[in-house]
Design a protein around this ligand. Sequence first.
Ligand code: HPA
Ligand code: ZN
Length: 351
Amino acid sequence: MTITTHANPLVQKAFGAPKSELHIHIEGSLEPELIFALAQRNNVKLAYESIEALRAAYAFTDLQSFLDIYYAGASVLLHEQDFYDMTMAYCERALADNVVHAEIFFDPQTHTERGVSIDTVVAGIDRALADAEKRGLTSKLILCFLRHLSEADALATWDAALPLFERYPRMIGVGLDSSERGHPPSKFERVFEQARAKGLKLVAHAGEEGPPAYIYEALDLLKVDRVDHGVRSIEDPALVTRLADSRVALTVCPLSNTKLCVFDDMTQHTLKQLLDHGVAVTINSDDPAYFGGYVNENYSAIVEALKLDDKEVYTLLRNGFEASFVTPVERAALVAKLDQYWTQDGSSAVA
Ligand code: HPA
Ligand code: ZN
């Protein structure tokens, strides 16, 4: 149970609720302290003199300004134990926020281009997730392709990853991340087609900085099961209606959106409008070590800024379980756990 307390009773209630996290880049959970510890352990030279100097550089103006520092931070990851330590540190924080199910992204190309094998990456992450599972955190892994790299690079990564999808049942899907502008989903239609043919789950970042047209491409060309971010859908009423009707969920990351200047401040966030239109919005942390908070801090920031009510917070929590890639039986158990907590007597808060 979390020890975090908050003066707002609804935020406090959300903090204690069993919840999911469906949009977390594991490399984005690397805290500056761990970056420096791993740099020392692995003899990697960093461009920053101290933990404070690194943290001071976390003043982002857009997605690219963040990605440059995020990839530099990941350069300290070399050995299986490094990936284990990073992942276990995230799991500890997630457990403290009462996350009971996490679907975690990783970026193999960030590591393979430095000579680290994809086997090393997945072995370390999966071993930590198996250990965390014994402590009440279930999880899935989603392999993301870096969209600023070529289609050929993504296809080669797919080929290298194929045996791992067999070996690690936790690896259930593929995603698409990194620099969005100028790299539309259509660039990766063929590799997503191959993943779909294998029966994998499909997600893609779209409509974070990119236009609604990229969300249409993610839906129509990549045939994604969820859209990561997707906040710019609000600019296109027909798209909002389509998302609401289809219940294709958006994995929204409020602190990320304000830190990367997608919105000027949290009161400008369009999450409540999307909810009001019936879109299946979920709350997530994206890159918590870089954006000033883990999932509970994302709940507190958005609940306070948009003055969300009890029913809206319940809906966000519930959407997080409804949109997860678990079996129907597992989903029912997760929702029952939430209902038990939210209403005390176990009846659904919205029905
Ligand atoms: N957007 C795109 N790529 C990313 C992000 C993000 O928010 N975080 C890590 N890779
Ligand atoms: Zn992301």
